[in-house]
Design a protein around this ligand. Sequence first.
Ligand SMILES: [Zn+2]
Length: 283
Amino acid sequence: MFNLIEQPIMPVPGIPVLNYHAIDPDVDASTRNVSVSLSSFREQMEWLHKEGYKTIGQKDLKEVIVSGKKLTEKYVLITFDDGYYSLHQYALPVLSGLGFTAALFLSTSFIGNTYNQKDFGFVSHDRQLTWGEIKDLLANGWSVQSHGNRHERLNKLSPEDIKNEVTISKNSIEQNLGTKVDSFAFPYGIYTSQVITQLKAAGYQFAYSVHSGKLFPKAGRYQLPRIEINNMDTMDSFITKVTTGYTSASNARRSKIRDIIYANASVKDFIEKFTPMFGFGNH
Ligand SMILES: [Zn+2]
């Protein structure tokens, strides 16, 4: 018999890795927008703070993933992709006010520029951060990692071009900020086994996908999970995502099957070659 009522989903331990893009005070709540309104963002962060969550630092995070260090605190990792000015303008004051930090995954070729690319229509009024503004984020405890150079769909590039995307962005951040880049977030969530090979060769230790679920000790280093938060989220859906890692019980079931199949990225390559609609991506 069909069960039309969604089964409840239970909270699980592990670290919720939240994936945001831009913060926009004027975003229309009725639109499917990857920007999150400032009021929703503030409410979400205040809820995390009230519930006793702490933002995990890079050192602790590394120990959890690599050595399987047990979690003694209620941790969350807040990540922002691309590098919009609205992060400096709106996200930074909200986070700093609560003692929170975040990780920024930066696309380095756009520094200081406005967006005229089709894929960035939702932030046409925003612009990319400047290095000076990015240094402010760093000074407030943020980590700055790579999201590639030109925000390309990496499965469409030659190995040589993938290598350029991952090395140019890494070198650019390291030279401009004097920090170490060891993590990558796939643009649009798209990756292949070749992308992972190039990341390892370039010296990256970790890569973040947009596969949902929570991050557990000894998680697969190059397919770390992240949960996308967008403007369609209500406080209820946000809380479900943070506490369970998924949007619903059926989402959890599908994702767990996918995680088993995709644990080997070569198997993922093979499946996606024949079923292009299986791509799990956004920005
Ligand atoms: Zn992106």
